[in-house]
Ligand binder design. Sequence first.
Ligand code: PMP
Length: 352
Amino acid sequence: MKKSFWSPFLSALTPYTAGEQPQDRRYVKLNTNENPYPPSPKVKEALAAFSVDRLRLYPSPDADLLRDAIAEAEGVSRENVFCGNGSDEVLALCVPAFFKGGRGAAFADITYSFYPVFCDFFSVSYTQVPLKEDYTMDLAGLGKADADGVFFTNPNAPTGIGVGLEETEKFVAENPGKLIVADEAYMGFFGQSALPLTKKYPNLLVVKTFSKYYALAGIRCGYAVGNEALIRGLFAAKDCFNSYPVDALCQAVCAAAVGDKAYYAAAAEKVKSERSRLRAELVRLGFFVPESASNFLFAGHEKGGEFIYRGLKERGVLVRFWNTEKLKKFCRITVGAPEENDALLSALREML
Ligand code: PMP
């Protein structure tokens, strides 16, 4: 008899589907919101200076070297910083740390699709609050949801729409009994981070990543900033799961990156200027594209997202699409370097 050793629990789960990373040919990769520019030259220096002998030893379990570098760059203390293996891990740990055994979490119906998977994995209930007609987040609705906290993605993904700092502060201030987990994965391309508000509001945790703005998706690191009690909660959750999630090489690389503000600000400006150009061209081609505050565009077309995706893939350009009713007209297009965006536009002109 052939027996599946999967637990009934695992068998009933639907895991998250990561964006394609195909190895069969070279594509113009505009499907996983990576930065088109390389990491800071300081990262290369840190790699060259890193002693291989260091790998013999375990890293600091609390990632203290990196926490200090982040604390300095963000103007907070080490006690306010928690680091994880990608912001995915930080967000996942928020679920058992803050939402399990209580009223669960709330988030938009169209947002980062990993949140429901994290909740299911930790058997935590969740409420999905529909976006408004104009695809913006219904903050009042999220505030009213029967939940202990909210995953508040800002800018939202996949819409790319951002909420300004004033409105964010109002949302946090009006919901003192709810933990607001602000997932700011794309905030570097918007510049309205709620991070400074973590000093004022004990119910705000800001989560960031090295994957997008810092062009380090390959190293896997993310962090949370918040008051000490929240950070201690994340450490307690981590120490029930993985003592050393941030390796020594990762700490050295990310510490070098976070200190190079000028380099990354300049790279983000280039992305933002391409974002405007690409959006204008897509609108000219008949797409509906909300104003984006991130490094990708949410582009709807009457022919549908799948048609656009397939036509582009045949022509060597990768974007992301969804099969769901609400998203079937859309695809999500990462803003690439100018020549990558040109390749996308000429493929679209040929197809449409
Ligand atoms: N939050 C959002 C909104 C994202 O789109 C992503 C990237 N897929 C993440 C978090 C996770 O990023 P990472 O694990 O690479 O830090």
